[in-house]
Design a protein around this ligand. Structure first.
Ligand code: BGC
Length: 379
C-alpha cells in the first residue's frame, strides 16, 4: 500500500501521503474495509535447508492466496542480516500484516519498531520474537510439551517407561547424551527444559548417566540447528567419553536434522551393525528422511507438529488483525518475550514411533507411504 510506505518514512511525509492516496488500502488501522486483493501479507521464513520451513511457507502462502490475499514470501537462508533486510523491505513495500519465523529471536527489534510505526501487526510464527513490545501475537505448538515428549520417547525406547506412561521393565543404568537446538531460538530452551524436567529424576537416581557431563543447554546447543555441527559434536563425544569400550544407549535430539547427523556419527563409529545396537535417538518435525529412518528401525521416534494446522492458525490470526478483531488466544501466560507476555495460540503435538507412521503421517496425507519408503518427498 502506497500510504504505508509513506507512513514508514515519517510523520510529515505521512500527512502528504494520506492526502494523496485517497481511498487506497492503507493497512494498519485502516484495513478492515479492504478487499483481500488489496492487502499484502509479508511472510518471512528462516531457511529452506529444513523441510518443515518449506512446508510452512508453502502452506501459509497457499492458504492466504486461496482467500484472495497477496503474499510476499521470503526465505532468509539462515542469515540474520538477510532476514532483517527482507522484513525491512516488506515494511517499505506496504505489507499489511507480517508473519515472521525468526532466525534469531532477538535480532528483529529494529524491524518490529518500524512495523509498529507503520501500524503493521506482527505475528511471530512458531518462534517467539524476543525483546520487543511490538509482537502482537504468537502461533506455535506447545513447545514445553515437545521436550517432554522427546524425553518420554527416549525413556520408552530404553524400556524405562511404557507408552502409557507407566514404569517400564528395564532397569538400566543407561548411557545417554543430550543435544539442544540453537540458543538464539526461544523454542530450544522450552524443548530442553521440558526434556530435562522429565529426565532429571532418572539422572538423579543414576538410571541415566551422561558420561560427557554435558548437561547444560549451553553445552548441548547446536548453533542454527545444523546437522553437520551435531554430527561433529557426536563424534567428539564418542572420542572423549566412549573410547574405553563404553557404549551410548540413547541420545536426546530435539530435531530430525540433528538426529540424522548424530546417527551418521554413530554409524561411522560402528553402531547399528555387527550386533552393535543403534542407540535410541529421538527427533522432531517428522521430516521425510527421518520418517524413513524410523520406518527402517534406525531412528526411534520423532515429534510430529502438523505445519498445515499451524499455517491455518497463522492465517486466522492475520485475518483477524486485518479485520481489526482480536485474535483468539489459548495461552496468555507462558510466552514472556522479555518485554511482555505475548498472547499465543498453541497447537498440540504427537509422538510418532514406527507404528504411528501410517495412522498419523500417511493417513492424514502428510506423507505418502511411497515417500516414507523412499525417504524423499515427491515435491
Ligand atoms: C522449531 C522446530 C525446528 C527447529 C529447527 C524450531 O524453532 O520449532 O520445529 O525443528 O526450529 O528448524
Amino acid at each position: 500500500m502506497r500510504r504505508r510506505i509513506l507512513a514508514a518514512l515519517g510523520g510529515t511525509v505521512l500527512a502528504i501521503g494520506l492526502a494523496a492516496c485517497g481511498g487506497e488500502g492503507a493497512g494498519g488501522g485502516d484495513t478492515a474495509g479492504e478487499r483481500p486483493t488489496e492487502l499484502t501479507i509479508g511472510v518471512s521464513m528462516p531457511t529452506q535447508t529444513s523441510e518443515r520451513w518449506i512446508a510452512d511457507g508453502k502452506a501459509v502462502k497457499e492458504k492466504l492466496e486461496a482467500k484472495g490475499y497477496r503474499v510476499d514470501l521470503q526465505y532468509a537462508g539462515d542469515d540474520i542480516p538477510t532476514q532483517s533486510q527482507q522484513v525491512d523491505q516488506m515494511i517499505t513495500q506496504g505489507a499489511d500484516v507480517l508473519i515472521i519465523a525468526a532466525i534469531d529471536g532477538t535480532a528483529l527489534s529494529g524491524q518490529l519498531q518500524a512495523a509498529a510505526d507503520a501500524k503493521i501487526p506482527v505475528v511471530a510464527y512458531d518462534r517467539l520474537i524476543r525483546g520487543s513490545s511490538h509482537v502482537d501475537f504468537y502461533v506455535s505448538f506447545d513447545n514445553y510439551k515437545v521436550g517432554v515428549a522427546q524425553a518420554d520417547a527416549l525413556l520408552v525406547g530404553l524400556g524405562l517407561k511404557k507408552k502409557d506412561g507407566s514404569k517400564g521393565t528395564a532397569t538400566g543404568p543407561f548411557n545417554v547424551e543430550l543435544f539442544a537446538g540453537s540458543l538464539d531460538d526461544n523454542n530450544a530452551h522450552f524443548f530442553f527444559d521440558g526434556a530435562m524436567d522429565t529426565l532429571k529424576p532418572f539422572v538423579d537416581a543414576g538410571t541415566l548417566k551422561v558420561r560427557s557431563g554435558q548437561v547444560k543447554i549451553e553445552q548441548a546447543a547446536i548453533l542454527r540447528w545444523q546437522q553437520e555441527t551435531a554430527q561433529k559434536r557426536m563424534e567428539d563425544l564418542l572420542t572423549s567419553s566412549y573410547n574405553d569400550g563404553g557404549k551410548v544407549d540413547g541420545v536426546l535430539s530435539p530435531y530430525d536434522g540433528l538426529s540424522r547427523g548424530i546417527i551418521t556419527a554413530l554409524q561411522n563409529a560402528g553402531y547399528g551393525a555387527g550386533g552393535r545396537k543403534m542407540p535410541v535417538v529421538t527427533g522432531q518435525d517428522a521430516e521425510i528422511a527421518s520418517a524413513k529412518l524410523i520406518n527402517d528401525g534406525v531412528q526411534n521416534s520423532t515429534i510430529f507438529k502438523d505445519t498445515r494446522l499451524l499455517a491455518e492458525q497463522a492465517v486466522v490470526v492475520a485475518e483477524a488483525f486485518l479485520q481489526k478483531k482480536e485474535p483468539q488466544a489459548n495461552d496468555t501466560r507462558t510466552y514472556d518475550n522479555g518485554v511482555k507476555v505475548v498472547p499465543s495460540f498453541l497447537l498440540p503435538v504427537q509422538t510418532v514411533y514406527k507404528d504411528d507412521i501410517k495412522p498419523v503421517l500417511v493417513d492424514s496425507g502428510y506423507w505418502t507411504a511411497e515417500e516414507v519408503a523412499a525417504g524423499q518427498a515427491k515435491g
